[in-house]
Design a protein around this ligand. Sequence first.
Ligand SMILES: *Cc1c(COP(=O)(O)O)cnc(C)c1O
Length: 381
Amino acid sequence: MRIPLSAPDITEAEIQAVSGVLRSSHLSLGPKLEEFEEGLADYIGVSDAIAVNSGTSALHLCIRAFGIGKGDEIIVPSFAFIAVANAARYEEATPVFADIDPETLNLDSRSIEARITPRTRAILVVHTFGCPADLGAIREIARRHGLYLIEDACEAIGAEYEGKKVGSFGDVGVFGFYPNKQITTGEGGAVVTKNAAIADSVRKLRNQGRDYTKGWFQHWELGYNYRISELNCALGIEQLKRIDPILKRREEIAQTYNRHLSSNRNLRLPPLSVPLRKISWFAYVVRLETRFGEAQRDWIVQEMSRCGIGMGRYFAPIHLQPIYKREGISELYPVTEASASRAIALPFFNRIQEQEIEEVCEKLTDLVESSTQPCRRHQTA
Ligand SMILES: *Cc1c(COP(=O)(O)O)cnc(C)c1O
C-alpha cells in the first residue's frame, strides 16, 4: 500500500538498543525484561507488570490465574478482536457477548447487566480504539455481582478515566505491543495488576509453572512458554520513553482527520473527547451513516485499496465468526451489527503526512458519494 493502514515508528536509538542486546549474551529473562516491566508498572500506576509474548497470552493467563474454567461465563464485547473470546475458550469457559454503546463503541453497561447469570465469573471490558469504557458503571456492576474485572487495554495504553490510566481499574489489565499498536515490541503483551498473588501466579504460568525462588527444574503447575525475549523488551523500553510525544502526535492526526471530514454528512466520526476520559488514539474509525449498507462499505474499502490506500473493516463481530456463529442470536447485538457493517478504519500511524491525510479524505469523500450512485461507479474506479 502506498498509504498503509498502519506502520511502526522505529528510531535509530531503538535499533541501537536492540543491537545492544544481540551483542550481550543475555537474550531472555534478563535485565531488559525487568526494566520494561518496572517502566510499564510505573507508567500505568500499578505494583506489578508481567510481560509476555502477546496480548492474547496475557488475556489467557489472567483467565487461568483466576481459575475460571468449564461451566463459567465471561462477559465480553462481540465488537472486538477475536482473542477476547478465544482466551475464555482456551480454558473451556463460555464467552457471553454483550452489545455496545453507539457513541464510544465500548460495552454498554445495561447490556452487561442483562447478560449476567449465576455462572458469570468475570467481565472482560475492552477500551475500543483507545477510548476508555464506562469504567465507573462497569466497576460498580462487577462489585455488586462479585465478578472479576479484566480490562483489555491493548488498544488504549496511556488512555485515562477520571485522571487515572486505564489498566489500573480492573483486578488485572492487559496490554498488547503488536506493530500496529501505539507502542510496539514487535510481538508482545503484558498483564498489570495491584494484586501480588495474581502477579505471582501469572509469572509462574508464563514460564512453565516455575517458581522463581525455587529453581529452574521445579514445576508447580501446568504452565506455558509465554516468555518475551530481551530483544522485544529493549525495543519496548525505548518506545515507552517516547510514549507522550507519540500519543500527542496521534491525537493531532485524529484532529486533522476530523477537520477534513466534519462537513461530510455521509460519515459518522469518532468523538474527539468524551467526558471523564482521555483518549489514546489507536485507530481512527469512521462509520457510514445508516442509509448505507455493508456492500457499499466493502466496495469503498476495495476501491481505496486499488488506489494504494489501506483501510480496515474492523471489527467484524465475533458472534458472526464461523467458529462462534449460532443461529438466532443476532437480535441481541443490534448496535454491534449496525456499527461493524459500516465501520472503516482509515490509515493511522505516527509518520503519516498532512498531505496523505488530505488525499485519504478526498478519495473517501468521492467514493462515499459515488457509492450512492451505482451507475457512476466506473468513473471513480
Ligand atoms: C491487539 C489486541 C490484543 C492482543 O493482540 P496480540 O496480537 O495477541 O498481541 C488483544 N485485544 C485487543 C482488543 C487488541 O486490539
